[in-house]
Design a binder for this molecule. Structure first.
Ligand code: ATP
Length: 310
């Protein structure tokens, strides 16, 4: 069973507002309301690939209840930790005429010490069944930046591969927990390195450094540029064809789902990378975030070329 962790979920509501203007009222159609969070996107794609992921995270208040119900409707199972504060709402105003997107993100709810302990208990209960754990996204406030590091260490003690997709300080510290795989994009890797990474060689050099620190795999995603998978013994590059992009948001999450699915089904490394890219690309070709079509994945798998870098 693959376990996904979304510590900072949100209700995402997006409105289409042409000619969005500050200081003006706008009449709009009903917003598109979804249960948001990177780990939830990963879970959705895993389900479409035929897996039965189990979702963990914090949920609170009526927003939390709504997300729980929504996930049930989508057929996603989970064991969420109840918190006293309300799960946040994030609003997006999409102005197609001017190609702008304005977002309002509520601050994260506070997680108390007891709620944190309760989550860690639920987390460790999953170890009996978990074959792979994926932790994605930001941390709610009041949780220490080393929280992912601690989670990774606990998983490692049980020999369960831990995949971490986050950024900033939680990523920096998370690396010290020796996760099985991290998936930075170019911006996140640059932020980690603390300097501009101009060439592919620069990026690979940083990824190798991370591997030497004890991370087994660094999956560097490069958007339309494909991806590079770095481990101590091998470096693979995925060269991808150009595709008609509709909405690339959530492609990183879909890529993680493709990778996790492949690892869980014992595919060889080259095929894992191919599948990861195909899922990211298939998501980018859809309007809906965290949605892939199996027919499209099959087609894309044939068009992705994997080469080895010396
Ligand atoms: P997000 O944060 O939106 O989930 P990300 O920045 O983590 O995304 P990306 O590097 O943008 O991740 O995308 C992950 C993978 O999805 C890429 O490696 C690629 O395979 C595919 N992909 C994303 N955007 C495009 C695109 N414009 N064209 C082709 N493939 C894409």
């Amino acid at each position: 069973m693959i376990v996904t962790v979304t510590l900072n979920p949100a209700i995402d509501i997006s409105y289409r507002v042409n000619n969005f203007k500050i200081n003006k009222g706008h009449r709009v159609e009903n917003g598109n309301k979804t249960a948001g969070g990177k780990g939830l996107n990963v879970s959705r794609v895993l389900k479409q690939l035929g897996e039965h992921p189990h979702c963990l995270g914090f949920l609170g208040g009526s927003n939390g209840k709504w997300i729980k119900r929504q996930l049930e409707i989508e057929g996603l199972e989970g064991s969420f930790t109840q918190i006293k504060e309300e799960t946040r709402t994030c609003l997006a105003f999409i102005d197609e005429e001017n190609s702008t997107q304005t977002e309002l993100m509520e601050k994260c709810p506070t997680v108390s010490e007891e709620e944190k302990e309760e989550f860690l208990e639920t987390y460790q209960q999953q170890f009996k069944k978990a074959t792979l754990i994926i932790a994605s996204g930001s941390l709610p406030s009041w949780l220490d930046s080393s929280f992912y590091k601690d989670m990774s260490k606990l998983a490692k003690e049980q020999n369960i591969p831990f995949i971490l997709d986050t950024s900033g300080e939680p990523l920096k510290l998370g690396i010290e927990g020796n996760p099985f795989l991290i998936k930075p994009n170019q911006e996140e890797l640059t932020q980690f390195a603390g300097k501009e990474l101009k060439t592919m060689e620069d990026m690979v050099e940083v990824a190798i450094r991370i591997c030497n620190q004890g991370v087994q795999n660094v999956l560097l995603s490069l958007g339309e540029g494909g991806a590079i998978l770095v481990r101590k013994d091998v470096i693979l590059k995925a060269n991808i064809p150009s595709i008609p992009v509709v909405n690339p948001v959530g492609s990183g999450d879909s890529m993680i789902a493709g990778m996790a699915y492949s690892i869980n089904n014992n595919l060889v490394l080259e095929e894992c990378l191919r599948m990861a890219c195909a899922c990211g690309m298939a998501n980018a070709m859809e309007e809906k975030t965290g949605f892939v079509q199996s027919q499209m994945i099959k087609q894309l798998l044939k068009e992705i070329n994997i080469t080895s870098i010396d």
